[in-house]
Design a protein around this ligand. Sequence first.
Ligand code: ATR
Length: 273
Amino acid sequence: MDQYLVFGNPIAQSKSPLIHSMFAQQTGQELQYGRMLAVKEDFIEHLERFFSEPQAQGCNVTAPFKELAAQWVNELSPSAKLAGAINTIKRMRDGQFLGDTTDGPGLVQDMLRLGVTLTNKRILLLGAGGAARGVLSPLLLQQPTLLMVANRSVAKAQLLASLIDNDALQSCEFETLTKITQPFDLIINSTSASLIGELPKVANSVVASAGCVYDMSYADKPTVFMSHASQLGVMNVHDGLGMLVGQAAESFYLWRGIKPQVEPVIQALRTQL
Ligand code: ATR
């Protein structure tokens, strides 16, 4: 049977094995999907041992191995090249390994599922770390009017905005956002602040005037950023559980050539949070 797994550290909490087994059941695909804990020193050894088995067709890679994995594969997709990091490896017919990043397509897919339009919209992306970098080009492909990257350390936002030559892509510091009078249609929080219960220091007026707020994090209750936005009166507020399932669906499609339905899987996961 075809084998897949996810590498990470920590990995015990990963929902990928559950998501992919639901996808496999739903689409009638025969495969096994496991998880493997590694440390940076032995990650490549584990990866090569896994792929030495002919049944091993692909794997997911999560923190902190996304950059190491990108250096190991034979070929990178264009968005993976830009991100310098991958979350998916596929063994190709010729035996070579392709690295791709499905986080961005997963985010876009989730936005569209939620009925949030990106084309001709003004988007504010908070954060300029790995999570932001991975979603830049898929967001720009949707042709927003503006994709403003704002970060606590502005130099990182500037660096990100310099990666792609596109007039819609701009950068600024949090403080400057109040000087932008036209509201944003969508604010995406890609900072890791939610994970530690913190709020990025963005003025209330900027958040309050947004049409929609999306936090890439998720938990069993709304994240601090989501609660903050709701309290400020934003009606359309979402967490990143759909993005998690969306990126998995994109990996599954890359491996199996079949698009699974995400909605029932999101609903099942939501009840287990
Ligand atoms: P990830 O891969 O999750 O993006 P990362 O590359 O470490 O993780 O990036 C974390 C991002 O969250 C950065 O943009 C970071 O801002 P700085 O570059 O200024 O450090 C942002 N971040 C983390 N905690 C934050 C906080 N309390 N307020 C604002 N931004 C925060």
